[in-house]
Design a protein around this ligand. Structure first.
Ligand SMILES: Nc1ncnc2c1ncn2[C@@H]1O[C@H](COP(=O)(O)OP(=O)(O)O)[C@@H](O)[C@H]1O
Ligand SMILES: N[C@@H](CC(=O)OP(=O)(O)O)C(=O)O
Length: 800
């Protein structure tokens, strides 16, 4: 004999119901079967909602009429059940209240209706079937709402019932319900049909219990919440029992134990995919030691603080007795070794009752001030990781903290095989995904918001989209861009923006402020957040601190945040530290060249940097590399540089030396120097009369620059060339260094003199390296190298 249980969703009308009939048809040919059913679809919830409408004197009749008129209710004679419901609801609406007994009677009608409908359907298809009311033989205690079967008497009655039943008839038994020995209807707790099916399988000594639900089996986490959860092929009874106890809603907590007695295997199968082998739960040992995550939502933490009770024996006993007397079950418990405080998790619906029970029990102790507070934190969830060893939980824990999720409570079992975390309900999905990803080595998802979609930003977005797959294959890191923002609008997609982003941004982007992007990330439970600033905006940097405070790491090609006041620089660092966040800006100096990282490492390792000197600007590099050796006027060389896109639209931005000054300041601050921009001695290469004119006028007056530069060139010593350099010197162990940018002459044969094209060069002098500096040289400007550099920062962060 096999017991087949069909869950509510399998019985929802449409294809699922047809599949149920087809499965039964096939199984009947293989041997005898008994069927257990839940209420159809959302019936249990609907019946409960109508009950609440009746209680609160709202229009329950319309809702009840809609329920009665559900199409599938025509398929069997269910007048008795509808009549019972009608009377119960009327009574509740009159007295404006109901108790647990009434509620159980109401909910029970759902299963009674579904067993009638399925039996009628089977008969219509030529299979002989009869609805069976399990209240006849499942005798339970009087714990209405969560009753427990009294096994001996239930077993006898069940066996007697089935012994008398015609062997050719398929019994369609109601799940979820039973009755007390006085004949009062009870229910076995939500999702209790699984428990009913397990009891029945045990009592009639079935060969197997097949539980048809609407997922392919038991997964490493609820697949509705974790997209890349993996199916577990086999579980041992003990492991499944742990899972059920820790709230995996797929199994009622009591389902497993009745099966152990007669060693009845349980298979979790999918009604909509019956070919799949599902998950087998049996007494076969599994070698892996499962790891699976479950979530208990709708829980609250009750906190009991009794400073005066320190060291007094028996306080815990009083707490738990008071709760037990109210029938309140307690989940995770935490007590400090000082015994001053006790915190425990209860179902949200029991929280007030629990606090009241403690208030009553400890009323005297309040009076004597030995107990100082009893409080409730609501809207929590417990995430349990079953099979998780505490010794290897460091990485998932660190990943949670990195995502700004700090568990409110943390708990492990004495055997060290289970870890439970209490988190805020709104964080539960994100926390579950972060921990699941870490434990199962699933590609770490990095969610990126790119701000600025100009040349660098646009190139970066394209580079990310092109390389995402190979990075996932090689490094197990899944890069997903969930936001692209420009100065006015943002394009959002929590599933990841694709290569159509240029079109989408035109018609799907919306006006925004930064809080909306933060809220979007939170609402969609996005983890491992990075905000990238590819703007050149002094406004956008105001968003850095809010972003960091809301869990974003930062990457920026924008130099402004690092070059405005030292106090902002410092405030940002403090905020980063307090929030365990990182800020990377390798491209601020030398575009894609590995300069900042090198300097950081040298400095951190205690290497004494004594001087940094070099050509920091690609545009000034191009201009003077060519002007020094060509017979052309300065204005011609400058025009070439403008045409080739090496300069800013207004080349005075480059010629002013400010850009070089900013880069120099960034390097100085890397060495913990606290210089301000105003303290840099900057040689401005623009003659005074051209400094204030507008851009078109300046661009039409480039020849006016020639006399100034001709004079400098004529003064050059033999075998020397011109270079515009930045130089950091002075005593770099002090608070401030000497920062200078200037046009100098250098020997043609020197490293600086050998520079070509628009390359940058950086000479880093240190104590150990003496007069031979470390030299970093290469393309130091351009959208694509800069975007690559930003990409490098993303990978640096993703690796952490
Ligand atoms: N680890 C898990 N593996 C599979 N499903 C899970 C898991 N944890 C929770 N679930 C949830 O259990 C549901 C299946 O159980 P349930 O809703 O009771 O189905 P039915 O109504 O068919 O009995 C899934 O849709 C899923 O939301
Ligand atoms: N109908 C009941 C009992 C049940 O077990 O349902 P399901 O098997 O669909 O989870 C409930 O909704 O709680």
């Amino acid at each position: 004999m096999k017991v087949l249980k069909f869950g509510g969703k399998s019985l929802a009308s449409g294809q699922a119901f047809d599949n149920v009939i087809n499965i039964i048809k096939t199984k009947v040919n293989e041997g005898p079967i008994v069927i257990v059913v839940s209420a159809i679809g959302d019936t249990t919830d609907t019946l409960e909602n109508i009950l609440d409408l009746a209680k609160t004197k709202q229009d329950y009749t319309t809702a009840f009429e809609t329920f009665k008129n559900r199409a599938y209710h025509n398929e069997a004679d269910i007048n008795t059940e509808l009549e019972v419901l009608s009377k119960l609801y009327e009574g509740v609406s009159l007295i404006e209240d109901y108790g647990v007994k009434i509620k159980d009677q109401v909910l029970a009608q759902g299963e009674l209706i579904s067993s009638k409908i399925l039996a009628a359907q089977l008969n219509a298809k030529g299979l002989k079937a009869t609805p069976v009311d399990s209240r006849q033989f499942f005798i339970t205690d009087a714990n209405f709402g969560s009753a427990q079967a009294i096994e001996e008497v239930s077993k006898q009655k069940t066996q007697a019932y089935f012994a008398a039943l015609d062997k050719e008839t398929i019994a369609v038994v109601t799940g979820f319900i039973g009755s007390t020995d006085k004949g009062e209807t009870t229910t076995l707790g939500r999702n209790g049909s699984n428990y009913s099916a397990a009891l029945l399988a045990n009592f009639i000594e079935a060969d197997e219990l097949q539980n048809y639900t609407h997922v392919d089996g038991i997964y490493t986490a609820n697949p509705d919440w974790v997209k890349n959860a993996q199916k577990i092929e086999e579980l041992h009874f003990d492991e499944a029992n742990e899972l059920a106890n820790f709230g995996a809603s797929i199994l009622h907590a009591k389902t497993i134990l009745p099966l152990v007695e007669n060693n009845i295997p349980l298979r979790i199968l999918n009604t909509l995919n019956p070919e799949n082998k599902g998950t087998l739960i049996s007494n076969k040992p599994t070698d892996k030691g499962i790891k699976s995550l479950s979530v208990q939502s709708n829980v609250a933490l009750v906190q009991f603080e009794g400073r005066g009770l320190l060291g007094i024996v028996g306080v815990d006993a009083r707490v738990f007795t008071a709760l037990a007397n109210e029938g309140i079950s307690v989940g995770v418990i935490s007590q400090g070794s000082s015994e001053r405080g006790l915190g425990f998790i209860v179902e949200e619906k029991d929280a007030d009752k629990a606090a009241e029970a403690l208030n009553r029990e400890f009323s005297n102790d309040f009076y004597t001030r030995d107990v100082n507070s009893i409080s409730i934190i609501r809207d929590l969830a417990v995430i349990s990781i079953i099979g998780q060893n505490l010794s290897t939980f460091d990485k998932p824990y660190a990943a949670l903290v990195k995502n700004k999720i700090v568990p409110i409570l943390f708990n492990n079992t004495v055997t060290g095989k289970n870890v439970s975390l209490v988190v805020r309900k709104e964080e539960a999905k994100k926390a579950l995904n972060v921990v699941h990803g870490q434990i199962f080595g699933i590609a770490k998802k990095i969610n990126i918001a790119v701000f600025g979609n100009g040349l660098v930003g646009g190139t970066l977005i394209d580079q990310i989209l092109q390389s995402a797959q190979s990075i996932e294959d090689k490094k197990n890191i899944a890069l997903s861009i969930f936001a692209i923002g420009n100065s006015k609008k943002v394009l959002l997609n929590d599933g990841g923006i694709n290569c159509n982003w240029r079109e989408e941004i035109k018609d799907q982007s919306v006006a925004y402020n930064i809080q909306e992007v933060i809220d979007y990330a939170n609402a969609n439970h996005l983890e491992n957040l990075i905000a990238i600033d590819n703007t050149a905006s002094g406004e956008f940097i105001k968003n850095y601190i809010p972003l960091v405070e809301n869990g974003f790491d930062l990457i920026s090609s924008n130099k402004i945040a690092n070059t405005i006041s030292y106090s902002f620089y410092n405030e940002l660092r403090q905020t980063l530290k307090a929030n365990h966040k990182e800020y990377l800006y390798e491209t601020n100096v030398g575009a894609g060249l590995p300069l900042i990282d090198t300097i950081k490492l040298l400095h951190l390792s205690g290497e004494n940097i004594t001087k940094i000197k070099g050509v920091f600007s690609g545009s000034l590099s191009y201009i003077f590399n060519n002007y020094s050796i060509q017979e052309k006027p300065f204005s011609e060389v400058l025009k070439e540089a403008i045409t080739k896109g090496f300069t800013e639209p207004d080349p005075r931005e480059d010629l002013s030396g400010n850009d070089v000054g900013r880069k120099l300041l960034i390097l100085a601050r890397e060495l913990d120097l606290q210089n301000e921009f105003e303290e840099i001695s900057i040689q401005n290469l623009i003659p005074t009369d051209l400094q204030a004119v507008d851009t078109p006028t300046f661009l039409n007056s480039l020849e006016k620059l020639n006399p100034y530069f001709d004079k400098i060139k004529q003064g050059l010593a033999p075998d020397t060339v011109l270079r515009y350099v930045g130089e950091l010197s002075g005593d770099l162990q002090k608070d401030k260094g000497v920062l200078e940018t200037k046009l100098i002459e250098v020997p043609t044969s020197s490293a600086l003199g050998q520079l070509k094209g628009s390359d940058s060069i950086f000479e880093i002098y240190t104590e150990s390296y003496g007069d031979n500096p470390i030299i970093i040289q290469g393309a130091g400007a351009g959208a694509s190298v800069t975007a690559r550099g930003v990409f490098g920062d993303i990978l640096r962060l993703a690796d952490k």
